[in-house]
Design a protein around this ligand. Structure first.
Ligand code: NAD
Ligand code: AHE
Ligand code: ZN
Length: 374
């Protein structure tokens, strides 16, 4: 079939809107009509050329929601008409990683997914006979896409696509980092670096978890008001203080605790210097710092080993540690029950033709989440 897509033709170039050819679903695969897709900073990261796994031409996008149009042979858990959210972290429930119960990082199809291909090593997308690569196993910047059955979460059909698409990455990543990765407890102190589409969801997760002090850190002062909407209690612009680490350590000295440091810190910037700051302002003896941000090719993190010797832990999280087919439908239900907010974070919507404007809004810090509606 033919479908409309925004194609990343080369690193650093604007996306090009065009009609592409899409092959139907093969065994174990599902054809989905994407109804809406968010634009995440990771799409920009890959488009910019910073992603070591970046491959072009490709159809980016990994934060979508849509309807099943057709299923391939052997598909048993989904049928035409089901409402679904694509999962860049699938959940096969049979690979050693899924069975370990220690990680959400299903390995069933990771190798081909990282090469921009379907599990059988081929692509379903092409233009004029030239192959176009898939992206993160999702390619939601196409109006129709093909995914493996294990990479789709079936969700409540009453939920609005233009809001729940955000659960396909940002919402789940932020809230999941708090509950699955950090396991934040009531009364904790926390610092969140980067108050964009991910950081604000960390903040809403921290509020839900009952954290006492939620410090937001961003170089953009406009983010103060945004953080406060979702439960941030304090805001710091690191460019306005001498030493952000010492500043947060001082802010978090409470009662008899004269050492200071946040119980939990989160990097939602992808900047390796910020990752170090986040680790070093976590509490001596027990502080945990969670890396969510994605850093470009060649970037490395560093700190004095003494920071870890003295009891701080550095962790990372992908998709907030969520097991997609199990957890994503629950998060959609939380949204439908009013337990979490999504609507105010979707600051801009646009047709596919304007997707490059969506990237500009994100890069300039003017949007929290931009969503393309097909
Ligand atoms: P975004 O562009 O919406 O937000 C980034 C925020 O960081 C902005 O508010 C910006 O002002 C702020 N910032 C930039 N430099 C800063 C600094 N030095 N100190 C403090 N704040 C700073 O991006 P997003 O969509 O929220 O994504 C955030 C990061 O998370 C990206 O690196 C993205 O690739 C990554 N990500 C990771 C996962 C995962 O599963 N691990 C999932 C989604 C996104
Ligand atoms: N491909 C990059 C890293 C990109 C990355 O870390 N992706 C995150 C999701 S970001 C979503 O917005 C992730 O889930 N990674 C785990 C995985 O298996 O891809 C690189 O550095 O090579
Ligand atoms: Zn993302």
């Amino acid at each position: 079939m033919k479908t409309r897509a925004a194609v990343a033709v080369a690193a650093g170039k604007p996306l090009e809107i065009m009609e592409v050819d899409l092959e139907g679903p093969r065994e174990g695969e599902v054809l989905v009509e994407i109804k809406a897709t968010g634009i995440c900073h990771t799409d920009e990261f890959t488009l910019s050329g910073a992603d070591p796994e970046g491959i072009f031409p490709a159809i980016l996008g990994h934060e979508g929601a849509g309807i099943v149009v057709d299923v391939g042979k052997g598909v048993t858990t989904l049928k035409k008409g089901d409402h679904v959210i694509p999962l860049y972290t699938p959940e096969c429930r049979t690979c050693p990683s899924c069975l370990s119960r220690k990680t959400n990082l299903c390995t069933a199809i990771r190798a081909t997914q990282g090469q921009g291909l379907m599990p059988d090593g081929t692509s379903r997308f092409s233009v004029g006979g030239e192959k176009i690569f898939h992206y993160m196993g999702c390619s939601t910047f196409a109006n129709h896409t093909v995914l493996p059955e294990i990479a789709l979460a079936k969700v409540n059909p009453d939920a609005p696509f233009d809001k729940i698409c955000y659960i396909g990455c940002g919402v789940t990543t932020g809230i999941g980092a708090v509950f699955n990765t950090a396991k934040v407890e009531i009364g904790a102190t926390a610092a969140v670096f980067g108050l964009g589409g991910i950081g604000l969801n960390v903040i809403q997760g921290l509020k839900l978890a009952g954290a006492d002090m939620i410090i937001g850190v961003d170089i953009n002062n406009d983010k103060k008001e945004w953080g406060e909407k979702f439960g941030m209690t304090h805001f710091v612009n690191p460019t306005e203080v001498d030493d952000i680490v010492a500043h947060i350590v001082n802010m978090t000295k409470r009662g008899a605790d004269l050492i200071g440091g946040a119980d939990y810190t989160f990097d939602c910037t992808g900047n390796v210097k910020v990752m170090r700051q986040a680790l070093e302002c976590s509490h001596r003896g027990w502080g945990e710092s969670i890396i969510i941000g994605v850093a470009g090719v060649g970037q490395e993190i560093s700190t004095r080993p003494f920071q870890l010797v003295t009891g701080r832990t550095w962790k990372g999280t992908a998709f907030g540690g969520a097991r997609g087919r199990t957890d994503v439908p629950r998060i959609v239900d939380w949204y439908m029950e009013g337990k979490i907010q999504i609507d105010p974070m979707i600051t801009h919507t646009m047709p596919l033709e304007d997707i490059n404007k969506g990237f500009e809004l994100m890069n300039s810090g003017k949007s929290v989440r931009g969503v393309v509606i097909y």
